[in-house]
Write a protein that binds this ligand. Structure first.
Ligand SMILES: NC(=O)C[C@H](N)C(=O)O
Length: 329
């Protein structure tokens, strides 16, 4: 018998029409009624919160991770129903917070609420249950529209279609349909090298570069945040002519604030030394995030900063592959 705990958090999957637009309203017992009963699977449910995932913040990831850790011995697998808008962030956040967790944790949700004829929720619930109850894999995964993705690699790329999520820079783990799972990729086992830690420092900032960005924003960042993520251009470049941003990076490093460099380009990661515009960023102390996505970098940096603010250690941890988040830097 497999004991599976469903944790509900809200999202479109649990939403109903209100005079203010769609909002979560479906209670956990009603939601669990939509799962089909399967021989050998015992389902329990716990309502954690009832939020549009837009309102979910790092404290909510901590709440979920703590509960899952507390329930570790009582269940074989966990399913979290969640809004799609920030599900990629929560999946990444839980991947770090539950570092070394030896059971599957599966997030799912829907683009159309349960109870509407065209809903994708029933399918996603069934598929999440199929994967959660059949897989031998451990750690955090996201199941959507028949595909299973690593929690650190799932990015929402469509705002309305059923195939809302893509696995970025990493193969899909499995496909799921009508109770059957077809494994597509066996993730490399990762040697546990770190101590698990359920803590976060949410004091980070994501800065998206654009032509015309001026360096003065760095003065504010240097005195207000503990870590900065810059979504640079292309392979990791930032301008060094006219509105030169390089002194801004140097200022942050001098203030002991790590500067993580990622790219606005969704696929294929970056190669920071390929161009002069990237090498200057690296020489100024920018820490390349390789092929990690922004969702994973945000969550990882919060997790790392809660453990250390020592720049070299932050760099080492950020560039250590965790939960399949990173293939190269
Ligand atoms: N499809 C969804 O779930 C979107 C919703 N706004 C949410 O993230 O909660």
């Amino acid at each position: 018998m497999k004991d599976v705990l469903v944790l509900t958090t809200g999202g479109t999957i649990a939403s109903t029409k209100t005079e203010n637009g769609l909002a979560p309203g479906l209670d956990a017992e009603t939601l669990i009624g939509y799962f089909e009963r399967r021989p050998g699977v015992n389902l329990s449910v716990e309502s954690v919160m009832s939020k549009d995932s837009t309102n979910m913040q790092p404290e909510d990831w901590l709440d979920l991770a703590t509960r899952i850790q507390q329930h570790h011995d009582n269940y074989d697998a966990f399913i979290i129903t969640h809004g799609t808008d920030t599900m990629g962030y929560t999946a990444a956040g839980l991947s770090y917070l539950l570092y070394g967790f030896d059971k599957p944790v599966v997030l799912t949700g829907s683009q159309v609420p349960l109870g509407m004829v065209e809903t994708d929720a029933v399918r996603n619930l069934h598929d999440a249950l199929t994967f959660a109850s059949q897989t031998d894999l451990q750690g955090v995964y996201l199941v959507f529209n028949g595909l299973v993705m690593a929690g650190t690699r799932a990015v929402k790329t469509k705002s309305k279609s059923y195939d809302a999520f893509e696995s970025i820079n990493y193969p899909y783990i499995a496909s799921v349909s009508e109770g059957n799972m077809v494994p597509l990729y066996q993730p490399e086992p990762e040697e546990p090298v770190l101590t698990p830690s359920i803590s976060l420092d949410p004091n980070v900032f994501v800065l998206k570069a654009f032509p015309g960005l001026t360096v003065d924003i760095f003065d504010y960042l240097a005195t207000h945040v503990h870590g900065v993520i810059i979504e640079s251009f292309g392979n990791g470049g930032l301008p060094f002519e006219r509105r030169n941003l390089i002194p801004g990076i140097e200022k942050l490093i001098a203030a002991n604030i790590p500067v993580i460099i990622t790219t606005q380009i969704l696929e294929e990661g970056q190669d920071i030394y390929l161009y002069e515009v990237g090498k200057k960023v690296a020489d100024a102390g920018g820490i390349t995030a390789g092929d990690m996505n922004t969702e994973a970098i945000v969550a990882k940096l919060m997790w790392v900063l809660a453990q250390t603010r020592e720049l070299e250690t932050v760099k080492t941890l950020m560039q250590t592959p965790i939960a399949h988040d990173l293939d190269f830097v």
